[in-house]
Design a protein around this ligand. Structure first.
Ligand SMILES: [Zn+2]
Length: 122
């Protein structure tokens, strides 16, 4: 099994509703976000999937989130934009860009260097 991962950092603001803690107030994070694809067959270039193609799809989704107030986005209407919900949203968006040999495996969202939420359908 091969696995390909690409990561990127974005900045965004959010607040969590009805949460008894500091994340209830408006604040921001530099979110480190990673996508992972897996598969067993390589193409004639020896690649599971071209990093360039992954970055193109991944960055297109992240560009819709970067430097935004996440709570204002339709994707999070009535939903707290927690790291878990952000990961699930990015995963569902990336599912719309399938690759021949690489299967979308997971999306991970670090809110801080030591706290990460991961979404997968496995
Ligand atoms: Zn937060």
């Amino acid at each position: 099994m091969f696995e390909v991962r690409v990561e990127k950092t974005i900045a965004a603001a959010h607040r969590l509703f009805d949460y008894d803690g500091p994340c209830e107030s408006l604040h921001g994070h530099n979110y480190r976000i990673e996508v992972a694809y897996t598969g067993t067959e390589l193409d004639r270039f020896g690649m599971l999937v071209d990093f360039t193609d992954v970055k193109k799809a991944f960055h297109a989704v992240l560009d819709t989130l970067d430097h935004t107030y996440l709570n204002d986005l339709p994707a999070f209407a009535g939903l707290s934009p927690s790291a878990e919900n952000i990961a699930a949203h990015i995963y569902r968006e990336l599912k719309q860009t399938p690759f021949a040999r690489a299967t979308l495996s997971s999306v991970s969202v670090w809110e801080t260097p030591t706290q990460v939420a991961r979404y997968s359908e496995g």
